[in-house]
Each structure stands twice: as structure tokens, then as C-alpha cells.
Design a protein. Sequence first.
Length: 108
Amino acid sequence: MKIPSLGEFEELVLLTVAAQHDQAYGVSIMESLEKKLQKKINISAIHVALKRMEEKGFIQSRFGGITNDRGGRRKKFYVITAFGKQVLDNQYTLRTSLYLSIPKISFG
């Protein structure tokens, strides 16, 4: 079975979901990535990536409780699936393999 592709931005979002284990939601993911990348991230881009990854089976979502500070709306939390972790492991192996193939050259 061919594993569905994972783009660079999706990979960053998926890594953040995994790191925030069961506490990841749109705004927390956005804020974490903005801090790490030191640039602004559009919340819509986060939501689109989350939807695509949920459709691919990389993550699952659940709704939290209703809160007054959110105007009665519920947060949608995300958690990585076993399949999503497998995809991340494959990405890590591929990237590490490519990095290690760089010859030891000096740029000094």
C-alpha cells in the first residue's frame, strides 16, 4: 500500500499535533509554529492542513466542552494516529538518510 504524501507544511503541523498530544487545536498549533518558525501563519492554512490530514487518516479529532470564553463554541482537539506516527517515522528516516548522504566538504 502506498503511503499518502505529506507536504512540508503538513509535516510541521503533524509534528506539532504529536508534540501537543491530545491538547492540540487550531490556535495552539498556529501559535507554536509561529514561535518556532518566527513568522506569521494563517489560521485558515492550519485548518486546511488539519482537514486534509484527518481525511488521510494521520490524525483524529474530538470536540472539547462548551466554554463561555469562546462564546459557547467548543474547541476541536486533534491527536496523531498510529498511521500518522508511521508517516512521520518514514519522513524522519528519509530526511535523515538524505542528510547523511551529504559529503563532508568544507565551506570555510
